[in-house]
Design a protein around this ligand. Sequence first.
Ligand SMILES: Nc1nc2c(ncn2[C@@H]2O[C@H](COP(=O)(O)OP(=O)(O)OP(=O)(O)O)[C@@H](O)[C@H]2O)c(=O)[nH]1
Ligand SMILES: [Mg+2]
Length: 302
Amino acid sequence: MLISTKKNTPKRSGFVAIIGRPNVGKSTLLNHILGEKVSIVTDKPQTTRNRILGIFTDAEGQIVFFDTPGIHQARGGLNRRMVQTALATLSEIDLVLFLVPPDLTFGAKDALITDHLKEIKTPKILVVNKIDTLKQDGIIPLLQAYTEEGLFSDVIPISALTGKNVDRLLALIKKEMPEAEPFFPDDIATDQPVRFLASEIIREKVILKTRDEVPYVIAVKIESFKEEPKGNLTRIQATLYVERDSQKGILIGKNGHLLKEIGQNARLELEKLLATKIFLELWVKVKKNWRTDDLFLTHMEY
Ligand SMILES: Nc1nc2c(ncn2[C@@H]2O[C@H](COP(=O)(O)OP(=O)(O)OP(=O)(O)O)[C@@H](O)[C@H]2O)c(=O)[nH]1
Ligand SMILES: [Mg+2]
């Protein structure tokens, strides 16, 4: 009888928080690692408002990422809730990825974050993102400055957009994962309900198509989401909330043009995501000062 002495290599699985200032590329990085869009991305800061879970599974184990809202000085209402959501993610995880832009040494805005990082014992990797925007020789002094901070087990320059060094980052992350079996099935990339994904995709299309204050005052509520039993069709009705009549006017656009374009963009992406035809109906409503309305914020799950 042959007795195998070879043990199965134990799996490594754990939880990783992706944090940083608004617009540094946190959501882009998560989507790149997963090879799938689970978190919306725009060129405007403060796009992500909730903690977004993304699951990476391979033969070696599972990494559960939390994408978080950008951490910044926030006075109240929605922004303060967003920052609290990000900071709350720092407990009960195995690793922190702190993303920074490639343009400056630690400034006051980063101090807000590093002060929190100093409080926790969890291992931390400093990820300098967007290095595709830098000249090659600009990176070294930048990395030196960050390394001197002494807070991080590793410092790595990457581009979440082009994918440069993301494989190296993944290898560093895996080293920090404890021995554990996967927490989620191996074929899902996120735990978000489709209703939430749909509202996020609509919100992304609004942010991409508008300027000034509109991206910051838009909230999307799915009113109904019905899969028709026949015909491979899903009917979605959503309300877009803004704070003032003037914003409603901007969002709807001349002869309803802008809203139509936003609806089309959202519909095309939703059709790909859900692999059905989508019938999408959007309404715009004014909800005065909703960003400081506690009841409304809770209702919207911010
Ligand atoms: N050039 C370049 N742009 C990037 C890179 N990573 C992200 N971006 C861009 O930076 C912008 C912000 O990206 P997001 O992923 O939304 O940033 P975020 O940190 O999640 O932002 P918030 O959710 O607002 O906190 C988008 O326009 C991205 O395309 C990168 O590596 N290089
Ligand atoms: Mg984001």
